[in-house]
Design a protein around this ligand. Structure first.
Ligand code: ADP
Ligand code: MG
Length: 253
């Protein structure tokens, strides 16, 4: 099993050294965590679904010219990615009020926002990923002004693409989180979309019923997380519409 060197193990994924310099293998675990890992569980099949869904979104984004870390899927749980220097920010894009925006500002969940709102959190589990302003980001050197301009443009392109994808299958993209990283070419760098895009990192509501199809199902004990993610994958055509549970290996090549 220990055929590769583990580079990092996080809450939801493991990174291994890739076959070539500048590459990594990203392994999707079944672990679910919420509230900064105070709530934890193992959700059968979640890693398989997120590997597939993140591939689906990253390939689609790549096709419209958004640079991403995705190279190719290796198997049910692993994908080959470009290694990058992660900018230590969680970039949140919101279309509808929910979660911490609602609790912090007292705006009722479900209220449509007048325009997409982008928030930055400093990626540090020990501090609970606190919300930060552009002032902090630049003053502490986590990113420069050019990076921030590029990050905002990239985040809005991801929002447009993801909103459209979801709208087409009857799902409202309420909000999502992305991470970006730097790729260096001598002393110049460019930014690419990294980490994952999956129902772990988005809020997805059924347009008709309002039913939640994302990690809030786990956070708020609303039922089966695997069923919710399978529903998203089926609607997007990532899984055959008549397939059974994702844990049956024959269903995913
Ligand atoms: N292309 C990449 N290159 C380097 N690091 C990456 C890349 N994509 C994602 N990462 C990092 O790998 C880790 C993924 O594992 P995850 O379980 O999400 O960790 P965490 O618990 O830190 O959120 C994250 O820390 C993320 O920032
Ligand atoms: Mg993470």
């Amino acid at each position: 099993m220990a055929r590769r060197k583990k580079v990092y193990e996080g809450k939801a994924k493991i990174l291994y050294e890739g076959p070539e310099p500048g590459t990594l293998v990203q392994y999707f675990k079944d672990d679910a965590t919420a509230f900064n890992a105070q709530k934890k569980d193992i959700i059968d099949g979640k890693g398989v679904l997120n590997n597939r869904l993140s591939e689906f979104f990253m390939v689609g984004l790549g096709n419209i010219g958004v640079p991403t870390h995705f190279i190719k899927r290796l198997n049910m749980r692993e994908q080959l990615i470009r290694a990058c220097e992660i900018v230590p920010l969680e970039i949140i894009v919101r279309n509808v009020a929910a979660g911490t925006l609602s609790t912090r500002l007292g705006i009722e969940e479900g209220t449509p926002l007048p325009r997409p709102i982008i928030e930055f959190c400093y990626k540090d589990d020990k501090l609970g990923d606190p919300l930060v302003a552009e002032e902090h980001i630049i003053a502490f050197g986590w990113a420069n002004q050019q990076d921030l301009d590029d990050i905002v443009a990239l985040a809005l392109r991801v929002n447009d693409f993801m909103s459209g994808c979801m709208m087409a299958v009857g799902i409202k993209l309420v909000d999502f989180k992305i991470e970006v990283g730097r790729i260096w070419d001598n002393d110049m760098h460019s930014l690419i979309l990294a980490d994952e895009i999956s129902p772990d990192s988005c809020r997805l509501w059924d347009i008709e019923t309002g039913k939640k199809l994302d990690k809030d199902v786990f956070r708020r004990d609303l039922g089966s997380l695997t069923d919710a993610y399978t529903e998203v994958a089926r609607r997007l055509g990532v899984l055959p519409t008549n397939s059974g549970p994702v844990t049956r290996p024959t269903l995913i090549n």
